[in-house]
Write a protein that binds this ligand. Structure first.
Ligand code: DGL
Length: 251
């Protein structure tokens, strides 16, 4: 039986929203989470920088002997997933994408907001996804500058977050059937988002990514049913960021 780690990568603490979905459906696996908070946010950087940071982090994780790599960051997936797959053809590599399909299935001709980083919204991957699944919908791309920074500083649930979401989302109140949370940091701000957009259905990709990871491991005969293990690491190496990471996993 294989017991190597499943590695999970994000620009910071956002990928913990994916890790918690993995833990729900595969509690007995061994997880190694790495958040690159020292370099967050990725979403406002040039794509080449995001790609270089992601490839460098992946190289270190792969060197630790992992059986799967989950890119729990929509921004890093947009910038680097093709290179990662080419570099590690033997490894299971799963990348999160905005849950646009789920939203379209619920309201096939509706008005759908997509909150995501600038990198995700401008990259080809997202353009291709919208053309593939959302041709009959009206899409509203919504970049959310400042949101990731608040989550990274432990203010996901705070008056500052309420104010930022009110400012960003109130122009869309009553106009959207669905809103896709296309960045893994955003589910941690779900309370403030729901307050600003009452009645709008919210969608996120964490659960789909966890299910896809389980499917891939199962197909490869690499599922592990042991005692389970969770290693949380961060490029900031501070007590504070690790305490925040544990807290967010329990939210
Ligand atoms: N969590 C990342 C995502 O899913 C992006 C956050 C950032 O800008 O660093 O897109």
């Amino acid at each position: 039986m294989q017991s190597d780690y499943i590695a999970i990568f994000d620009s910071g603490v956002g990928g913990l929203s994916v890790l918690r979905e993995l833990l729900k459906i595969m509690p007995n696996e061994r997880y190694l989470y790495f958040g690159d908070s020292a370099n967050a946010p990725y979403g406002s950087r040039p794509t080449q920088e995001v790609k270089a940071l992601t490839l460098a982090a992946a190289e270190k994780l792969v060197a630790r002997g992992i059986k799967a790599l989950v890119i729990a960051c929509n921004t890093a997936t947009s910038a680097a997933i093709a290179d990662l797959r080419a570099r590690y053809p033997q490894l299971i590599v799963v990348g999160i994408e905005p849950a646009l399909k789920l939203a379209v299935d619920t309201c096939p001709q509706g008005n759908i907001g997509i909150m995501a980083t600038q990198v995700t919204l401008r990259e080809k991957k997202f353009q291709a996804l919208s053309q593939r699944v959302a041709q009959n919908c009206r899409l509203f791309p919504i970049p959310a500058p400042g949101l990731v920074e608040l989550v990274e500083s432990g203010k996901a649930d705070s008056p500052e977050m309420d104010a930022l979401m009110e400012k960003l989302l109130s122009p869309y109140r009553g106009k959207l059937n669905a809103l896709v949370l296309g960045c893994t940091h955003y589910p941690f701000a779900q309370a403030a988002i729901a307050k600003a957009l009452p009645g709008t259905a919210l969608f996120q990709g964490g659960q789909g990514t966890a299910l896809q990871t389980r499917r891939r491991l199962e197909q490869a005969g690499l599922l592990y049913d042991g005692l389970g293990e969770l290693v949380l690491e961060n490029s900031l190496q501070s007590e504070q960021i690790l305490a925040l990471s544990h807290h967010l996993l329990e939210v």
